[in-house]
Design a binder for this molecule. Sequence first.
Ligand SMILES: [Ca+2]
Length: 216
Amino acid sequence: MKTASSLARAVLWVMAAALPCSGSGSGDLLLRVYGTPDWPPPWQPRTLSYDDGTACWLTWAGVCRGVWFDGTDFEPTSPGIECQNTQYWFYHHESYPWDTASFYGELWNGDWTGPVEQLDQTSKMAMHYMPVYCVYAPSIRPDVDFWVLVNTSMSSGGWPSTLCDDGPNFTGQNHSFFSDDFVIWEPWTSDAAGASPLMALEADSWGGIKGLFRSS
Ligand SMILES: [Ca+2]
C-alpha cells in the first residue's frame, strides 16, 4: 500500500533527477514558528519563516543550528508573538546516514549575537522529509528577538541533517546560524562545513508534498 510518505518520496526523486540545485552560497534553515501574533485583527495564528519553502540543501554543520527570529521583520509596530509550536524539517541522505534521529528542539530568547535564555527544550525524533513539531501547551511568549534551535548533541556528527533553502531571505540578512560551542555563531551558507547539495524542488511541488503530509 502506498503511504503519503512513499508517494512524496517518489515525487521527490522524480523531481530531483530533473532539477539540479543552483547553489548560491546563502540560504535559510527550514526551522519555523507557528503562533498568534499581537498585530492587527483578526489575530489568526500563522507560520513565521525566513525560508522560502523550497528545499535545496541538507546540512549537519555544527552541534547546534538555529534561526534567529526578529519579530520586527514581520510587523514593525507590534512584533510580539504567542508561540504554539515550532517546526523542523530534516533529510536523511543515504550517503550521509544519521547515527541518531534524536534531537532537541529548543526555543531561546536572544538577538543576532546568539541565544541567551532557554525557554523550552523538547526531545524529539526526526523524520525524513516530514515536519517534526515541538508543541507548547501552554503557549510560550518569547522576546521580540528569539531563536528556534536544533540541538544535535545526542549525535557524534551533527545529525539528523537539517533541510535548507537556497538564496537570501526577504530581509537580506543572515538569519540561519550554526555553532559548535554555543558561543560563536557562524552564518549558515551552502559553503559551510557539512553542507551537502540536495536537488531542488519547484516551489509548487514542495507545496504539493506538504499538502500530502497534511492530509495524511
Ligand atoms: Ca532563502
